[in-house]
Design a binder for this molecule. Structure first.
Ligand code: GRF
Length: 196
């Protein structure tokens, strides 16, 4: 039985596309059953729709507080019978009640070799630090941002004349290979996280 996976996005959705592409393989252990965006303008929503995948927009501004907003996301996920959540460029912080509820079943891709360079502008952070290597991480999501246990990482070299753009493009190629591998590990039970 393939695991039912929902993807949360806010923008371009290139990692979402790589997961959808990977899930087309007959022997892939997961299927993508829905995509939620907190941004109605997200490019990724359009491409998911074109592929015939269910989509939903849940905007923070339509709710009184974070709890109600997170509850609506949770309700949509349960409506789809989602078993795993992949955050893929989801530019919002989900509350602890939500991430605790989904602990061990919610993962994220972050464009750095965590624990280095949490938060935003990770490529610039790596350049500013004079890093010789950089990369990306797929990790379990916990209430603390960019801190959950790592599932997989991929490394790239930082070249002498790199800019944010050249470096992020090199990392993105790795992201598109890494995320499907990490999701497959979780779906097969080869990656686990049980909070205390
Ligand atoms: C990626 O770099 C991802 O690692 C980060 O946000 C970016 C999203 O890009 N969390 P895309 O929407 O998947 O193209």
């Amino acid at each position: 039985m393939k695991k039912r996976v929902a993807i949360l996005i806010s923008g371009r959705g290139s990692n979402m596309q790589s997961l959808i592409q990977a899930a087309k393989q007959a022997d892939y252990p997961a299927e993508i059953i829905g995509v939620i965006s907190n941004n109605p303008e997200a490019k990724g929503i359009e491409s998911a729709e074109k592929k015939g995948i269910d989509t939903a927009i849940v905007e923070r501004q339509h709710f009184l507080d974070k709890a109600e907003y997170n509850d609506m996301i949770d309700a949509q996920l349960r409506d789809w019978n989602a078993e795993i959540i992949c955050l893929a460029g989801f530019m919002d912080i989900l509350g602890a009640p939500f991430t605790d509820l989904w602990a061990g079943k919610i993962i994220n891709i972050h464009p750095s070799l965590l624990p280095l360079y949490k938060g935003l502008h990770t490529h610039q952070q790596a350049l500013d630090a004079g890093a010789k290597t950089h990369g990306c991480t797929v990790h379990f999501v916990t209430p603390s941002m960019d801190e959950g246990p790592t599932i997989l990482q991929a490394e790239v070299p930082v070249l002498p004349d790199d800019t944010q753009d050249t470096l992020s493009a090199r990392v993105l190629i790795e992201e598109h290979m890494l995320y499907p591998q990490a999701l497959a590990m979780l779906a097969r039970g080869e990656a686990n996280f049980q909070p205390n």
